[in-house]
Design a protein around this ligand. Sequence first.
Ligand SMILES: [Zn+2]
Length: 324
Amino acid sequence: MLRWIYERHSFWGLPCYACGGSDGWHTLFCGWRSNSYIAVACCRKCGAEQFLKRYRRPVSDDGTCLAQWEYDVLCHLSRAGYAPSFLLPTVFRFAAATCALSMQYLRGETMDERMRRAVDRRDLDDCLRVSAMWLRGLHATPPLRDKTGNGPATMLLRLESDCGLLAGRNAVAARALLYMRSCLHRVSSLPVELVPLHGDFKASNLIWTEDGIYGVDIGMRFKNAGVMDAAQFIADVLLNRCSMKAIASEYDTAAVLGVFLEAYDDNSKHKWQITAWWLLYFLLSRWEEDRDGWKPSIIVDRAYVSAVAEVMAFCGRNGFAEAA
Ligand SMILES: [Zn+2]
C-alpha cells in the first residue's frame, strides 16, 4: 500500500532530475522517519536513481518551507566548496506544494551502524575522528543566515523550567541542573567561536561511503558555539553505548571526548569543561522528551541516570565540579 502511494508522481510532486519526466517511480526502498517520508527511487522513464524526501510537517515554526530550506542549505554549501573530509549529497529538485526534495542517493552505511559494528577501540576512535573532521568542515563554511542562537544563560533558564518535574522526581537530574547553574558563569565567560550549527548532529546523520563521509539533515538555522554540535553527538554516543560492543563494557567519557575534540580542533581543559556542560544540557533535554515517548519510563530513566552520572563523575575527576 505504502509502495503504491510512494510510486505515484503526485505524492512527491518532483520531476526526475535527469530527464525532467513525471511518470512516477520504481521504489527500491521506502519508509518514514519521525518528520519525513523517504524513498530510494528510480525514474520510470529513464531509470535514474535518486533519494526522495517529503516532510510530514510542511513549514517550521517561523514559517519556512522545510524542503526549500534544506534545498537552499545544500546549494549554499556546495557553492562554498568543501574539504575532502566534508562531503554532502548533490541536491536536485524541490517542490514547495508537497514540501519534498530530491537528492543524490548515498550508497553506504550510517555512522551509528558503523560504530555498532566496530570491533575494538581503534575502529571506534576512527569513527569519532572522521565524524569530528566532517563537523569541522561544516563549521568552517559561511553561515546561510546571519542569526545567532541563544547563549548558555537563556538555554539553562529554559531547561530548568522544562525539567522542573524531572528534577523533583530524580535526584541525579536535580544534581546535574544545580551543577550546570553553578558553572554557568565560568562557561559563559570562556571564549567560543560562533559557527553555523548543524542542529541535529548525530551518528545516524553521517553516511560512510567508499568516497568518504557524507552528512545529511543539516539545519544551519543559526550561528552558535560549535561545541554544541560536538556535545549533541557525544551525548548520543553516550546514550547508545550499550549497543556498541567496542565501548559497551568500559565506557570512558574522557577518552571519547578527547579523541573527538582533538580531531575537531582543540583538546584543552577549558574545551572539555564547556563540552561537558553542553553534554549535560543535551542529556537532560532529551531525557524529558524521551519520557514522553513510547519507551517505558523506567527504561528511559535507567539509561539517562547512568549517562548523566557518568558525565558528572567526569566533571568531578577533572576538577570542574564547583557544586559537588
Ligand atoms: Zn528520468
